[in-house]
Design a protein around this ligand. Structure first.
Ligand SMILES: [Zn+2]
Length: 299
């Protein structure tokens, strides 16, 4: 896959630390996260302050460890951080390039199942432009990945606008409890806050039972996320938008693609893509970075 750099702007970090507390979505452990300002070029780095030597793990696709239904990061130094995607989406959606995320347990707080509480904390802390330019990446040709059955795919397409756009189609088939829905958004902080950040995690009722049997999410009720019953009704809760599920899939996609370590400019088109496929695309985008470094050295 080839690339070029087209747009430039300044990197950003938080103006002062921001604190978010809660319990993890899967493990239910009480946890505090402190988002701290970081130097230009740091990227997003997690630090486990509850462990000896406070090990760190960079929020990079190379550190992704396989896990069901969530994004888990693990480093050689022993730092494991789970369910990072909604916090990653908040940071990427608000265009925060550099942040040290201190966390005192294994899993990021679930908050309300969306990215909005993270966004509110970040905005309350304020953002500071840094002296270093942000490199924005765009591809020269389309590049896609899909699952073996061809039912899920994600593709990046060249576009020379100032921001990325994501077009997502959620389609689980004609018999599915969740009806097919599509959404398209240009990735500006304003659009992210308005249309995507508050979209919550959703799950089917029978999936909840299976997850709880595996020991996950035993603390959760229908108030903590969106649970659809077999008829497609939401249990003990109300949708924020009729198409909240597709908006949440875009939110996950933004968080997962941010693990490429690159700010992508262009069009992303996805159908039913989940964490696994998003990570494959993030890996592709991160590889472009390596090519770029090599080419810069050669020139
Ligand atoms: Zn999610």
């Amino acid at each position: 896959m080839s690339f070029e750099q087209t747009h430039r702007s300044q990197q950003q970090t938080l103006s002062r630390p921001a604190l978010i507390a809660g319990h993890g979505l899967f493990h239910g452990i009480d946890v505090k996260v402190r988002l701290r300002p970081a130097e230009p070029g740091t990227g997003i780095v997690f630090r486990r302050v509850d462990l000896k030597d406070r090990p760190e793990v960079a929020a990079h696709v190379d550190n992704v460890r396989s896990a069901a239904r969530r994004t888990v990061l693990a480093s050689r130094s022993g730092a494991v951080v789970e369910t990072v995607e909604h916090l990653m989406a908040a940071l990427a959606g608000l265009q925060v390039d550099n942040c040290l995320v201190e966390i005192d347990a294994v899993e990021v707080p679930a908050v309300d199942g969306s990215s909005m509480p993270f966004c509110e904390a970040i905005l309350a802390a304020g953002l500071t432009q840094q002296s270093t330019e942000r490199s924005l990446l765009t591809v020269e040709e389309s590049h896609g990945v899909n699952d073996r059955a061809g039912e899920q795919w994600i593709e990046v397409i060249p576009a020379y606008d100032e921001n990325a756009t994501i077009d997502y189609r959620l389609d689980y088939g004609p018999e599915a409890v969740i009806t097919s829905q599509s959404f398209s958004v240009e990735l500006t902080p304003e659009a992210f806050l308005r249309d995507i950040a508050a979209a919550r995690t959703f799950v089917l009722e029978h999936e909840v039972a299976a997850l709880q049997q595996m020991g996950f999410g035993r603390h959760l009720t229908g108030r903590d996320l969106v649970v659809f019953d077999a008829d497609g009704s939401v249990i003990d809760n109300k949708l924020r938008w009729q198409d909240e599920p597709v908006r949440h899939k875009i939110l996950d996609c933004i968080g997962d693609l941010a693990l490429s370590g690159r700010v992508f400019v262009g069009r992303v088109v996805a159908r039913r893509s989940g964490h696994k496929l998003n990570h494959v695309m993030a890996k592709s985008l991160s590889t472009i970075e390596e090519c770029q470094v090599l080419l810069q050295r050669a020139s």
